[in-house]
Design a protein around this ligand. Sequence first.
Ligand code: MF3
Ligand code: CO
Length: 294
Amino acid sequence: MYDGEGRPGRNDECWCGSGKKYKKCHLAEDDRLQALYEAGFEVPARGLLKTAEDVEGIKRSAAINVGVLDMVGQRIGPGVTTEEIDRWIYDYTIEHGAVPADLDYEGYPKSVCTSINEVVCHGIPSPDDVLKEGDIVNVDCSTILDGYFSDSSRMFCIGEVSPERRRLVEETKRAMEAGLAAVKPWGLLGDVGAAVNEYAKAQGYTVVREFGGHGIGLEFHEDPFVSHVSEPGTGMVLAPGMVFTIEPMVNAGGCEIDMSDPNGWTVRTADGSDTAQWEIQVLVTEDGAEVLSW
Ligand code: MF3
Ligand code: CO
C-alpha cells in the first residue's frame, strides 16, 4: 500500500486482529485510502488506525483521565496550590493502576501542567502558586494505562472571575467544540483547525500557532500534528480509527508567545494578556466522532 504495508488476501485474516476476513473488515477502507493517496491526498499510515483492541485500551485509560479532572473540579478553589493539585493527580492516577504521562516526559518534573491566567501552557505546579479568587487555570492531565495514552484538559474559574475572563474561558470551549463539529470520517484535518480559528477570531481572540493537538494512543504524541489555525480543504484525510486531540490555546490579546522562561517549559502570552485552553481526545468513527476524554 501507499504506506509500504502489505495487504492480506481477500479471504485472509484482516491485519487489525479482528479475526474477520480482510474483505469483511478493513479492505474497503484500505481501498479508499489508497485511492485518495493516488489522487494526491495526505492519508494516515496504517499505524495511525487504532484496532478495536487499541480503542478499548485507550478508553480505559481515558476513563481515568476523565476521573482525574472530575476529582480536581470538586476540590479546586481559592487557596489551593498547584503543588497540591499535582499531588492529588499523582495519587489518584497511581491508585487507579496508571501512571501520569507527564511525569519525566522529556524531563518534565511533575504529573500535570497547571497554567494560570497569562500562562499559555506547560505551567509547572509549585507550592508558590496559590490560586486566588479571580484566577483562571488550565489543568492539563495525561494518563498511561497498560501502555495506552490519554490526554485532556479543562479550565477552572477560581471563585468569582471577571466577565472578560469568563467569556474567554467559555468562548475557548466553544472554539474547541467548533473543531469537534468539523471532525468527519473522510473529511480533512485542516477543516478542524480552520473551524477553531474562525470561531475564535469572530470573538475577537487569537489562536496560538506554535502548539497544537496530536495523534495519541500508543504514544503520547503521534502524527498528525493538529494545527488550530489550518486552512480549510487541506491536511490529512480523517479515517475511522484515528485518535487525536483538539486543544486550542486562545489568547485575549495577540497570538505571539514568550518561551523564555528559564525553566525551559512554561509558555506565556508575549503581551501578558489572558489565555485559555480546553483539550479533548477524539476517535474518528464510521459516522462521526466520539470524545474519549475531556
Ligand atoms: N499535555 C500536553 C499536551 O496536551 C503535553 C504536556 S507535556 C509535559 O500535549 F511534559 F509538559 F507535561
Ligand atoms: Co495534548
